[in-house]
Design a protein around this ligand. Structure first.
Ligand code: ATP
Ligand code: MG
Length: 428
């Protein structure tokens, strides 16, 4: 029997995993700069946490959820996205309480699960990072969240970005718009896709998000939500736009954008990139918005939130395709060559002593001949090569060579064991 990884999953191997580490490190720095702190929630939650928040008619809940009954007959889901679990934790741990600084700003990084058709940049186990900010209705907070997203891409070395924004307004806006959409789509009912027919009355906004070709032709001429905004909703959106301009963030308004999850209202946005790596035209890599009402939906008080999720597979594909320089993480300070059996234990002592001094150090474990060991030191780009041969062993010395300058020295073994820094100072 040969085992293969499940369809839609990936092994992130050494080499590649360094790219992931780099992305995570940079992201944490950016999040910290904006004072978002990390939250870690479970990979699985009660099914209802997602069905109540993503919406019964969303693709995620109807088609993509990994859900199952556990041995205690609980209905469990692997998380398809990060927000619902964060909101559940926010409510359960009463992070809306008076002792918590507001807005409460948090970020997450981790795997998500969706049963989808795998393709480039689309997997069944994939990774997202995202941020959430709770406890303020101010448009300035929407803009801060967008700014974090844009800043991230800047740090990742990605240009060719397009920020698309829209508003879904408040409840009154949506109710009015919903009716207008139904009135517009109903005459075309027979021509709509099966999914859209089902959604027409349950959740007509969903139809705008349809990827079906036929549906798309109706969406193009659909009424615009911007014509249905209440004065409050319009004021919020106007503020968002002027604050974005105030801090020099360019955007386009896309009035047909609705997002794949039901919980958004007011500002929604997508950061898109134009890169051949992800297919033709603009592809969304980061998406989010405001979700007033979600906290109440999961049993909490009336506290609003705003956040985004960013797909890491797509981001890393993109960075690799755009030729972003990843730092060389797997640096080797010292390779210790041992000659002959007698050198075995001393060599091990030296590498270990160097590691105790916080240098990265390695040696041979395959009984290679000296020539092959020196080759390995070269291949691993060791900064220093140390040699323990018969002569060194009898004189209690060790030969140290700076591979960059070519300078070398025969140093007392004790010095290398206790103070390598002072030894290499003389040959740098
Ligand atoms: P799409 O329309 O591409 O299916 P979505 O609307 O389902 O995206 P969101 O739920 O908003 O996506 O997730 C935010 C980001 O997570 C996406 O922009 C994308 O980069 C990433 N993402 C979503 N699903 C997957 C997946 N199956 N594999 C890899 N990345 C994904
Ligand atoms: Mg999707």
């Amino acid at each position: 029997m040969r085992y293969q990884r499940p369809k839609g999953t990936a092994d992130i191997l050494p080499g590649e995993s360094q790219h992931w580490q780099y992305v995570e490190t940079v992201a944490r720095q950016v999040f910290n700069k904006y004072r978002f702190e990390e939250i870690r929630t479970p990979l699985f939650e009660n099914f209802e946490v997602f069905s109540r928040t993503s919406g019964d008619t969303s693709d995620i809940v109807t088609k993509e959820m990994y859900d199952f009954k556990d041995k205690g007959d609980r209905h469990i889901s692997l998380r398809p996205e990060g927000t619902a679990g964060v909101v559940r934790a926010f409510v359960e741990n009463k992070l809306y309480g008076p002792e918590v600084q507001k807005p409460f700003k948090t970020y997450y990084i981790g795997p998500m699960y969706r049963y989808e058709r795998p393709q480039s940049g689309r997997q069944r186990e994939f990774h997202q990072m995202g941020i959430e900010a709770f406890g303020s209705d101010e448009p300035a907070l929407d803009v801060e969240v967008i700014a974090v997203g844009m800043d991230l891409f800047k740090h990742f070395g990605i240009s060719n970005l397009r920020l698309a924004i829209n508003t879904l307004g408040d409840k009154e806006t949506r109710d009015n718009y919903r009716q207008a959409l139904i009135d517009y789509l109903e005459p075309h009912y027979d021509e709509l896709s099966e999914d859209s027919q089902i959604r027409l009355h349950k959740n007509p906004l969903r139809v705008l998000d349809s990827k079906d070709k036929k549906d798309k032709q109706f969406v193009a001429d659909a009424p615009s939500i911007l014509d249905y905004l209440t004065p409050e909703a319009k004021a919020h959106f106007d503020q968002v736009k002027s604050l974005l301009s105030a801090i020099g963030i360019d955007y386009v308004v896309d009035s047909t954008m609705v997002r794949g999850l039901d919980y958004y209202n007011h500002t929604i946005f997508e950061i898109m990139v134009d890169s051949k790596a992800l297919g033709h035209g603009y592809t969304t890599v980061c998406a989010g918005g405001r979700y007033n009402g979600l906290v109440e939906e999961l049993g909490g008080p009336e506290v609003s939130g705003v956040g985004f999720g960013l797909g890491m597979e797509r981001l890393i594909l993109l960075m690799e395709a755009e030729g972003v320089k990843f730092p060389e993480e797997h640096h080797l300070d010292a390779y210790v060559v041992g000659i002959g059996d007698e050198a075995n234990a001393p060599t091990l002592k030296v590498v270990q002593a160097l590691r105790q001094q916080e240098y990265s150090a390695d040696r041979d474990y395959l009984a290679r001949k000296p020539k092959a060991q020196f080759k390995t030191a070269d291949r691993l780009s060791a900064a220093y090569t140390l040699t323990l041969g018969e002569k060194e062993l009898t004189t209690n010395t060790i030969h140290v060579k700076n591979m960059n300058s070519g300078n070398e020295v025969s140093a007392p073994l004790d010095d290398v064991m206790t103070d390598f820094a002072s030894v290499i100072k003389n040959i740098d």
